[in-house]
Design a protein around this ligand. Sequence first.
Ligand SMILES: *Cc1c(COP(=O)(O)O)cnc(C)c1O
Length: 507
Amino acid sequence: MFDPAVPVASDCGESASPGFETVRAPRRAPTSLDPAEWSSLRAQGHQMLDDMIDHLEGLSGEPVWRPAPAHVRAVAREALPVAPTDLSSVHATFMEAILPYAGGNLHSGFMGWVQGAGTPVGMLAEMLSGGLNANLGGRDHMPILIERQIRDWVREIFAFPEGADGLFLTGTSQANFVALLVARTRTCGMAVRQSGVAKAARLVAYASNEVHGCVPRALEMAGLGSDALTRVATDDAGRIDVAALRAFIRADRAAGLTPFLLIGTAGTVNSGAIDDLDALADLASEEGLHFHIDGALGALGMLSPEIAPLLRGIERADSVAFDFHKWGHVPYDAGFLLVREGGWLKDTFASPAAYLTRAETGLAAGGDWPCDIGPDLSRSFRALKTWFTLKTYGTEALGASIAENCRIARGLAERIAVEPDLELLAPVALNIVCFGYAPGGVGGDGVINRAIVEDLHAAGRVAPSLTLIKGRPAIRAAFVNHRTTADDLDALVEGVLRFGARHSPRR
Ligand SMILES: *Cc1c(COP(=O)(O)O)cnc(C)c1O
C-alpha cells in the first residue's frame, strides 16, 4: 500500500519531479467512484475474470447462438439507474442475460459473415487497456509510442516505405472513408478543406461491382455522392474487369470529369475474390489516380507465406485499409489505415487549436500527434490489444490459422463437388464458400437455402450466413475463426443435407 513517509521512487537516476520531494497520501474524494476499500472489489474482479475464462474454455459445449427469450430482452428495457447496484449483482445479470445471448462469433461453428473470433490474450489486454484508460489523441506517453510501433510493423508487413504513416480507426468502413478524403486532398489540394467539394472538380472513383457497401457510403459521407462511384463489372471469379475499368476512366476524362480514386478489393465480402492488384497499380499510376485497397478481410493474408502471393501488388498501393479485428482476431474494434506518404494524412487532417498547443518538453511534447493524422481527437488504446496479440502469438501462428481457414474452405468446395445434392455457386479464392442445396443437381431458385440457414441457426451447431449469387439466395460459409475444425465442416454439410431434405418438395 502507499506509504506517505516514503518518497516517490525513481529508478532512472534523475530527480523525479522538481518541487515534489514527498507526496502526501491524498484523501479519498468524498465523491470519488473508487471503492472505500479495495479488497472486495479485488475478489469480485478475480471472479469476473475466472467466469470469462471458464466461458472461453467451455465454448465448444455451448450452442453457437441462441435467441434471447422475452424475459432476457426485458433486461435491456430497465429504467435509468439512479441509485447504485452492487457490482456482483450487475455481473450476475451479465452472466444470465448477456453472455449466453451474444452473437456467437467466438464459437468454432460460427461461419456467417466475416467476423474475428477474439483470443484469450486479446481479452486480457483489453482489461489492461481499460485499466489504463489511455487517450491516444496525442501527448508524450508510452501508449502513443506503442501505436507507432504497430504502425512500423504494419509498414513491414506490407513492404511500405519509411515515410508511410497510419493509424488505428474503428474499422475498415472508417479507414476507407479516411482514405477517400486523403485521395480528395491529394487531387484537389489542401484548399478543398476550406472550399469544399461542391466547388471542386467533378471527382469520380472506381471499384468493382463486388465492392463493400461502405465504399459508396464513404462517397456519400464525403459529399461526393455515391453516383460518383463507377462500379465496374467482374469476371466469373469476382475480380474487377481491368479492360472495362480502363475504358470507363478514359471516357470519364473525355467527358470532363476528374477520375481521382481507384479502389481494389483484397478479399471481397461476398466471395473472397482478390482483384488483380498489380494490374490495378499499373493502371492507377498510368492514369494518375490514388490507388487504395480495401483489404478488410484479406490483407492480413500477408502473414501466411501460402496466401501472400495472392496479394501481389498490395505493396504498390497508395493506401491499404484492413481490420485486425477480422483475421487478426484482435478484439473489436481494431481497424487500420496505412498510407504511403505520411504527409498526405497531415495535409488532410492537421488543424491548429489553442488547447492542443505543443510544448518542447513535458506531457504536451511529442511532435506529431495521432489527432493530426486522422478524424478523431479522443482515441482508445487499440494498439495495446494488437501489440499483445502480435507479441504473444507471433505472426507465424496468426498466418497459419489464416492458411488453415483457406484449407477448410477448399475442403468444403471439394465435399460439395462430390455431393450430388449440393452445388458450388462461386469459385473459392480464399476462405469463403457460397453454395446451395440442389437435390439431384437442381438448385432451382435457391429460396430453399434461406430456410436451411434459418434452421441451422435455430439448431445452434453451425451458423453460416446468406448472400445472393447472381440474384439467387446462396448459403455462405466464411471461415475466419481460428477455432474451426473439420468437425464443424462435417456438421455444416450434414445439417444442410438434413434440413434441405426436410424442406425439399422433391423428397
Ligand atoms: C468487413 C468489411 C468491411 C467493413 O469493415 P468494418 O471493419 O466492418 O467497418 C469493408 N470491406 C470489406 C471487404 C469487408 O469484408
